[in-house]
Design a protein around this ligand. Structure first.
Ligand code: DSN
Length: 413
């Protein structure tokens, strides 16, 4: 990475950025919402469209000099449409939470009822949590997973929707390890005549790469971040049916945002071009293959996985049979330079701060070129740490092995 001007002008920030790069390269990154962007995406993010103001939309701006920004935004939109089969795309949304806010603003009135997944079962804060605007401005009804199978029970969701009569049913999760039956959600919404929406932030890359069902062509509104499995810059977009295009665009600007971040729009366009390459299909499929292989190793190491396994990029590991909670597990793993996040599991007797599980995933591993065969080693590193989490010298030994292992998979120069 060439950061020459930065190095010369601000050594403290330069050194911190270099140290973060080293950390990312030395360790095993298992946080399923993270990824590593390409050099081309990085370059677009650090480019001069950042200097521009361009309130409004392509070819209808409130500031002069936006003809080239229009080209950038048009390219991002047309590539996103092609990638997901979307009728309309808003690429100005700044991040996942504002994208969901725009979706609610466009389709609901304050005080309306909608159904989303409980945060503690795998939903997101913006799916109706009481501590979030989505739970404060609207009346959220939370559904969860079945207590036995720890999977979505579509009949139960349907029954709840029939009883509660929400105006909108939201699918899409941050900690659900199974493939979502989007068609089942569509059927429930069709029966009740309600909006059918999804937040596919976690699985967007899997949907784009054909490794997972893509709901965009037949859902009303689908939001996503662009930086998770989609492997783009830290941002978001909203895809919808043409009939909702005006309301979505109005909700984003002027409803919620001012000037779009044009350098990030450029980087999104680059990421979408990458995701349209045939190699992205292999990438999406490799994420899932790695995830299943890692799940197999962890299971054979005696760890319990929520729902018994995974169909996507992530899994939830219930660490209680190691006599620890998710917080202790995540801290011990980080000492060995293996990064994950503590996470609640369905019907967790613990708290969000000290939950019973950890959430791990494989998007970064696949980006670094790891295959199923490497997952055995990754799983065994995890198992070694969780079997002896208080033993600092054992963790130090795993850390050394992890560093050696990671040297095989360089990414940033
Ligand atoms: N914070 C993200 C995650 O880690 O899943 C969701 O926005």
């Amino acid at each position: 990475m060439h950061l020459n001007a930065l190095k010369e002008y601000d050594e403290e920030i330069y050194n911190a950025i270099q140290a973060e790069k080293e950390r990312q390269m030395n360790g095993i990154e298992l946080i399923p919402s993270e990824n590593l962007v390409s050099q081309a995406v990085l370059e677009a993010m650090g480019s001069i469209p950042t200097n521009k103001y361009s309130e409004g939309y392509s070819h209808k701006r409130y500031y002069a000099g936006n003809e080239i920004i229009d080209t950038i935004e048009d390219l991002a939109i047309s590539r996103a449409k092609e990638l997901f089969g979307a009728e309309h795309v808003n690429v100005q949304s700044l991040s996942g939470s504002p994208a969901n806010m725009a979706m609610y603003f466009a389709l609901l009135e304050v005080g309306d009822k909608f159904m989303g997944m409980d945060l503690s079962m795998g939903g997101h804060l913006t799916h109706g949590s009481p501590v979030n605007f989505s739970g404060q401005l609207y009346k959220p009804i939370a559904y969860g997973v079945d207590k036995e199978t720890e999977m979505l029970d579509y009949d139960a969701i349907k029954k709840m929707a029939q009883e509660e009569k929400p105006k909108l049913l939201l699918s899409g999760f941050t900690a659900y390890p199974r493939e979502i039956d989007f068609k089942a959600f569509r059927e429930i919404c069709d029966d009740l005549g309600i909006y059918c929406c999804a937040d596919i932030a976690h699985i967007a890359g899997l949907c784009a790469g054909g490794a997972h069902e893509n709901p965009v062509p037949y859902f009303d509104v689908v939001t996503t971040t662009t930086h998770k499995t989609l492997r783009g810059p830290r941002s978001a977009m909203i895809m919808c049916k043409e009939e909702h295009a005006k309301a979505i665009d109005k909700a984003v600007f002027p409803g919620l945002q001012g000037g779009p971040h044009d350098h990030i729009t450029a980087a999104k366009a680059v990421a979408f071009k990458e995701a349209l390459e045939p190699s992205f299909k292999e990438y999406a499929s490799q994420i899932v293959k790695n995830s299943k292989a890692l799940a197999d190793t962890l299971t054979s190491e005696g760890l319990r996985l929520v729902s018994g396994g995974t169909d996507n990029h992530l899994m939830l590991v219930d660490v209680r049979n190691k006599g620890i909670n998710g917080k202790t597990a995540a801290i011990a793993l980080a000492k060995a330079e293996i990064y994950c996040n503590k996470n609640t599991i369905p019907y967790d007797p613990g708290t969000p701060w000290e939950p019973s599980g950890i959430r791990i995933g494989t998007p970064v591993l696949a980006t670094r070129g790891m295959k199923e065969t490497h997952m055995d080693e990754v799983g065994k590193f995890i198992s070694q740490v969780l079997s002896d989490p208080e033993n600092d010298s054992a963790l130090e030994k795993v850390r050394g092995d992890v560093r050696e292992f990671c040297k095989q998979f360089p990414f940033y120069k």
